[in-house]
Design a protein around this ligand. Structure first.
Ligand SMILES: [Fe+2]
Ligand SMILES: [Fe+2]
Length: 395
């Protein structure tokens, strides 16, 4: 369709190739995003055709201010920046607009609520009911003697979960050579613990319905979460960890504490967002200052209450401070995955700037920055096939 400004004035006719000058004009006129024919994630991932230097320069200028909190000479950051520029240039889209309109940014913030976590626990907020299947799945995971048949029986109790899992199992996320049409076969092929972890993450996120649209959209939040889950799984595979699916779930649920803030404490969430924008501080640090706790600690509380495996709970709890974790590797994986997703600008969970890397955590991972290119390429392909897990944006 034609690109028009807020008053309907024509800026670019449909079908016209978009160039750097158009982007400049779109920015001036406040056009946050335009649709480019044929620029899907999959195509962008599959066709690394040479990118116009002008596009690269435009993308570099877009990315620079987002990396102000990072140490650009760090080898991992340097490569992530490079990849972020390539990705943004190849997609030929402008970065997503800030979810907060300019007038919101300057609005006063409400008084902080220091002992938030204690109050949150005491208030016993009526969270949506955890499906009984989650409890049963946890029991299956926790029991070293549980069999593939027992696991399949639990999942088969929920037709919707069964259908969803089979769809995931048959997607390129697993890339199995032949079609899997029953859960018992999926369990045998993928593994009891792995499939149940996947089912856990999906079941938990699906119980939360919507975020107030004044903050951000559920689709955007879930896209950030899903991309982080996929990258966490890919990095775990690079590290040859056995718990790749648990790392997927940890990445998927890493910001669940923020989801709680957005849904149940929208006023506080808005104040924290405002303060972070006004001070160019990281949202997680603003939460910590204002509430005496941050979203990762709220997430840990929830996952502990729901009795999720310890590796997931710990990775979620320490994803912003991975070196503090008793076992830093899982937390470091989610930490790096989150950083990558923020750098690429895939969805958002409210953090606008790319967070700095925890260098001790990076050392623990013993990864080479050269792995990022292939990880991003694979993630984009998988994200595309798992797109059906994301809800449509409500108007
Ligand atoms: Fe986070
Ligand atoms: Fe995040």
């Amino acid at each position: 369709m034609d690109v028009r400004d807020i008053k309907g004035r024509l800026l670019l006719s449909r079908g016209t190739p978009v160039g750097p000058d158009h982007i400049r004009i779109f920015k001036i006129w406040g056009i946050p995003q335009v649709e480019i024919a044929g620029a899907s994630d999959e195509e962008a991932a599959a066709a690394p055709s040479p990118v116009d230097p002008a596009w690269l320069e435009a993308a570099r200028q877009e990315a620079e201010p987002l990396f102000i909190l990072t140490e650009r000479e760090h080898p991992a950051i340097s490569e992530i920046f490079n990849q972020a520029v390539q990705y943004r240039a190849a997609r030929r889209t402008l970065p997503p607009p800030d979810s907060l309109p300019p007038e919101e940014l300057s609005a006063p913030v409400k008084e902080p609520d220091k002992d938030f976590l204690e109050k949150f626990i005491d208030q016993d907020i009526a969270l949506p009911e955890i499906p009984s299947i989650v409890i049963e799945l946890n029991e299956v995971i926790a029991d070293p003697l549980s069999t593939a048949d027992q696991m399949a029986q639990v999942i088969n109790k929920s037709p919707s979960l069964t259908a969803l899992l089979l769809k995931i199992v048959n997607s390129s996320f697993y890339g199995l050579p032949s079609r899997v049409d029953r859960v018992s076969l999926a369990v045998t092929l993928i593994g009891t613990r792995e499939l149940s972890s996947l089912a856990l993450g999906i079941s938990i996120l699906s119980i939360f319905k919507s975020i107030p649209s004044s903050l951000l959209t559920m689709r955007s939040f879930l896209k950030h979460s899903l991309a982080c889950g996929i990258i966490s799984r890919l990095l775990a595979a690079q590290k040859a960890l056995r718990q790749t699916e648990q790392m997927f779930t940890a990445g998927l649920l890493h910001d669940i504490g923020r989801l709680i803030l957005f849904i149940y404490f929208p006023e506080e969430a808005l104040s924290s967002l405002r303060r972070a924008r006004q001070t160019s501080d990281r949202l997680y640090l603003v939460e910590k200052k204002r509430l005496g706790c941050h979203h990762a600690q709220i997430g840990k509380y929830l996952l502990n209450r729901w009795r999720l495996p310890l590796i997931i709970e710990s990775a979620v709890c320490f994803h912003h401070e991975p070196a503090e974790a008793p076992d830093p590797v899982p937390a470091a994986i989610v930490h790096v995955a989150d950083l990558l997703v923020n750098a690429l600008g895939i969805g958002t969970s409210g953090e606008r700037l790319v967070p700095p890397i925890d260098s001790r955590a990076w050392e623990v991972l013993e990864l080479s920055p050269s792995c990022f290119e292939v990880v991003i390429h694979q993630m984009l392909g998988q994200l595309n096939t798992l797109e059906f897990l994301l809800p449509e944006d409500r108007p």
